[in-house]
Design a protein around this ligand. Sequence first.
Ligand code: GDP
Length: 530
Amino acid sequence: MDLPLPASPFAAEAARRRTFAIIAHPDAGKTTLTEKLLLRGGAIQLAGAVRAKRDARHTRSDWMKIEQERGISVATSVMTFERGGLVFNLLDTPGHEDFSEDTYRTLTAVDAAVMVLDAAKGIEAQTRKLFEVCRLRDIPILTFVNKMDREGRDPFALMDEIEKTLALDAAPVAWPVGRAHDFAGTFDLLHHRFLPVDATEADAIPLSGPDDPRLAALVGAERAAALREEAGLALAACPEFDLARFREGTLTPVFFGSALRDFGVGHLLDGLARYAPPPRPRAADSREVAPEEDRLTGFVFKVQANMDPNHRDRVAFLRVCSGRLLKGMRLRQVRTGRQVPVNAPLFFFAKDRQVAEEAWPGDVVGIANHGTLRIGDTLTEGESLNFRGVPSFAPEILRHVRLEDPMLAKKLRTALSQLAEEGVVQLFRPLDGAPPVVGVVGQLQLDVLQSRLKAEYGIPVGFDATPWEVVRWLSAGDRAALDRFAAANRRDVAEDHDGALVALFASDWRRRRAEEEWPMLRFHAVREQH
Ligand code: GDP
């Protein structure tokens, strides 16, 4: 490992954490890969639970039912496993068409991501969206080209697509030997080994290079000749793997395998262990916080309502950034100055919640509370600092909430406010006093909102279209320019839940026009909280 010898237990614990997410378009194989990773990590009892959890949850509330009906996970769970002395925290991001802001925010809590591509499909719409969120924070990305056991695209074309569509250099660290039903394994370009498809990585066969004559004896003359030529071309034409460039997010190492056949997964996991960074220093408003500091800091990136609709309990997901979290600690919620007791921090495994004894930088813990903790909150042992970078993303769907019983209007206002604080939806109040608009990035969030309003607040609602499709947060060096814009566009300017100004547009074309007409303003698709 290329890490300096840790100087303290804090540094040592931080150095052995790898906190990551898998980003993928639906069907690329994320679930299968997750299962296989957990298996490798020795969390055997958990593998299979990844799928089983879809069935195991009982009908605890309506919005959990949505999850079951659609067979998707609304919850972002955290799966932890150990391997080779390292602790891997895999934060689950639902990669389905119906994704939500939770998916985005989860990516603010990881230090690396694995991008899974279907070998036959390459970069798909959702892959790209998720990648762009990673890029916002320069998150290093390892690429796993999955389904190599099936007919797929030419690997060179895939490399090219990554480079062209994502503007990310693609450095193959392995190269497929044979294709589809003829797929024999991969050649490890960095360590000159042949990884046979039906063997564990312990059976990797060391070779002198892609032109080692022994390869022909292993895979046949034809496949060996093809590899010789292709590997030569890959080494000459593709960028070389470069740890520094990977860590700064400008280059991705590319692995090939088949999650279904459990091939290439060990190689990928080795790559995560070797190359993915441990927790890194994180920017707060007043200073940068290093993971090896001995005082606890962390931030809340997700809040989930308790499964039990009769209780207003919430679980806040805290990403630990420095120090050690111990059961029974009292932490300071910087936003309010309040003390928050952490009596029973929870680790979220795929199957069970377990009471954690301690958590270190890179770990994620759940903190039960009654609505005190909000997304973006920083917790410390007393210091007044706020982590930046838990963002709001401009919603892609805007709706008016239609109330079936007008008597409930006031109650609805309170409920929407609370749910907006929790991050279930975003809420925009037009300056002209028109009814508020809810904004979400995925349809699923609307379904969750609807069922929770009914189950938890007793408010049945429907949704109506609005004249708008696009939202941008506004800022300007000159406040007067903002005021002029707001005055000129009163019907199309609103405040978000924190009082920040947004412009609402009927179309993206309108947005572009406004941006041209108001060069003194800035229009942001992402807003950082705090
Ligand atoms: P997710 O939607 O990204 O979580 O994808 P899944 O892991 O559920 O996989 C989608 C489908 O692809 C399932 O039918 C899997 O069995 C299949 N699949 C996943 N990995 C592979 C693979 O390596 N080879 C083949 N042939 N099929 C795969």
